[in-house]
Design a protein around this ligand. Structure first.
Ligand code: SF4
Ligand code: SF4
Length: 240
């Protein structure tokens, strides 16, 4: 929201003039104006990290690619949100996500409610040009209400951030690097034995795929509910 005295940046996006306050990112401005930039790691209410790289936009002149969720527009910037180069990179990122783990939609509890699946459809990903790695990760069903299937994780980090920033439990974290990265609970404790987890389920409902799910839900029944995020984030910042 713009308050009196707020510095305003003016810039262009896809050839049209826009303005933004110092707090707003390129993604904020795009969403406010109905410009669709895909992302899998970003959620309103938790800190942006630019982790998935899907929201890359191009800065005209320099040719630089920057993550729209973590970049603030600068005065005079000329931003391109969609062109063949960006579409190609975004498709490639989604294909790499599919090839890294085992995303078998037909037997996934999130089939029909999965953000990876819908982004792939929107970008026209109908085949994967990279070799599938077919890792064999475990499913942790030790929690009474929830389960985690690492085969369906895209390492977006949403669960880690919501657990820390909104729930304040910091139960989750990431271990290792690159394709060996894993989401862990505490010091790699089975989820059901975690001394810090409150069982709130926030991580489950922000997960974009079927990696985190409620037990007892059938395929396509596991719709995510995350309307709580902006409200709780505002309360934690002391807003009314
Ligand atoms: S259920 Fe709540 S406390 Fe437990 S890991 Fe998920 S977000 Fe953190
Ligand atoms: S478990 Fe879900 S929310 Fe957490 S990093 Fe993996 S895909 Fe993202």
């Amino acid at each position: 929201m713009m308050t009196p005295g707020t510095a305003v940046k003016t810039f262009t996006m896809d050839g049209k003039p826009f303005s933004a306050t110092e707090e707003e990112t390129i993604l904020d401005v795009a969403r406010e104006n109905g410009i669709d930039i895909p992302t899998l790691c970003h959620l309103e209410g938790i800190l942006p990290t630019g982790q998935c790289r899907l929201c890359m936009v191009e800065i005209q002149g320099s040719g630089r690619l920057v993550p729209a969720c973590a970049t603030k527009p600068e005065e005079g910037m000329d931003i391109i949100t969609d062109n063949p180069r960006l579409r190609n990179y975004r498709k490639m990122i989604v294909e790499l996500l599919f090839s890294e783990r085992n995303h078998i939609c037909a037997v996934c509890v999130s089939n029909g409610h999965c953000e990876l699946q819908s982004v792939a459809q929107r970008l026209g990903v109908n085949h994967v040009r990279f070799a599938y790695l077919h890792p064999r990760f475990m499913l942790d069903g030790s929690h009474p209400k929830y389960e985690v299937d690492h085969n369906r994780c895209i390492l977006c980090g949403r669960c880690v951030r919501v657990c820390e920033e909104i729930e304040g439990a910091h139960t989750r974290d990431l271990r290792n690097r690159g394709i060996r990265t894993m989401v862990i609970t505490d010091f790699d404790t089975p989820w059901g034995e975690s001394p810090t987890c409150t069982g709130c389920g926030k991580c489950v409902h922000v997960c974009p795929t079927g990696a985190l799910a409620e037990k007892g839900k059938s395929v396509a029944e596991m719709a995510k509910r995350r309307h709580f995020l902006p409200y709780l984030a505002m309360r934690r910042r002391g807003g009314k």
